[in-house]
Ligand binder design. Structure first.
Ligand code: GLY
Length: 248
């Protein structure tokens, strides 16, 4: 098991119409609460897309060895799988330098917080693509990806992940948007005309930019505008991706 868990995780999400497979942009989640992958596991403290750990060669390998055999195997068993298929991967390298890709899990859904990073890069009609999944008419041509990168920083409430606070007034949402970020609500509610905390993972602050470094800087600029008592977040979302890019 230790060997199996040795490496770097990546999220490989595709859409399937039973036969045809359309890969979404790759992404990477950050499961631990604290910087440098310390602290308890969470539902995910942030994500970025695309994930450079999935090189073009590894992408082809994953499609060939994991995704296609899974979809074809289900079809052979009489299961016409349609919709999102999410493979959680662990990527490492053998002594010969060759990539070793292992599948940790499959989810029959998109990922959170991956969705908030991947979909803003999606340049197409998502509803149409979903319909094509159902109708068996998925084609590679119908989806384009915007150039650039997305970084998604999750803002969590005090006590998360073992518990969570609630009721704190959230300030700075408009300023984060003015800083060019998208702000997706997860654990919020409205009280007396204001947004207040109402869950563990409260907001996703997402920035798009031409480079991963710029997207990270812009996302954290947005985060710096938002405040509530006890807000917690990681400061190193996308750093693993930046490390890969430097190594190239
Ligand atoms: N990001 C992990 C999940 O959606 O399962």
């Amino acid at each position: 098991i230790e060997d199996f868990l040795d490496g770097e995780e990546a999220s490989f999400i595709v859409m399937v119409d039973g036969e045809n497979i359309l890969p979404m942009a790759t992404s990477q989640d950050h499961k631990r609460l604290l910087d440098a992958d310390q602290g308890p596991n969470t539902g995910g403290m942030g994500a970025y897309s695309p994930a450079p750990v999935v090189t073009p060669d590894i992408h082809a390998q994953v499609m060939r060895e994991i995704i296609r055999p899974t979809v074809q195997g289900m079809a052979a068993d009489g299961i016409r799988y349609t919709g999102f298929l999410y493979a959680g991967l662990m990527i490492s390298h053998g002594a010969d330098g060759k990539p070793i890709v292992r599948t940790l899990e499959f989810n029959c859904r998109f990922g959170d917080p991956e969705t908030e990073a991947v979909l803003p890069l999606f340049d197409g009609d998502l509803a149409q693509v979903m319909l094509d999944c159902v109708n068996g008419t998925l084609t590679k041509e119908e989806v384009k990806w915007k150039k650039g990168c997305a970084v998604d920083v999750v803002l969590a409430s005090e006590g998360y992940p073992s518990s969570h606070s609630s009721g704190e007034v959230i300030s700075g949402l408009e300023d984060a948007k003015k800083a060019g970020c998208l702000v997706f609500h997860a654990g919020t509610t409205r009280k007396n005309g204001e947004y207040v905390v109402n869950g563990g993972r409260v907001l996703n602050v997402v920035a798009l930019a031409p480079t991963l470094a710029e997207a990270k800087a812009k996302a954290y600029e947005g985060v710096s505008k938002i405040h509530w008592q006890g807000m917690q977040y990681r400061h190193d979302i996308a750093d693993k991706g930046l490390k890969h890019l430097k190594e190239k």
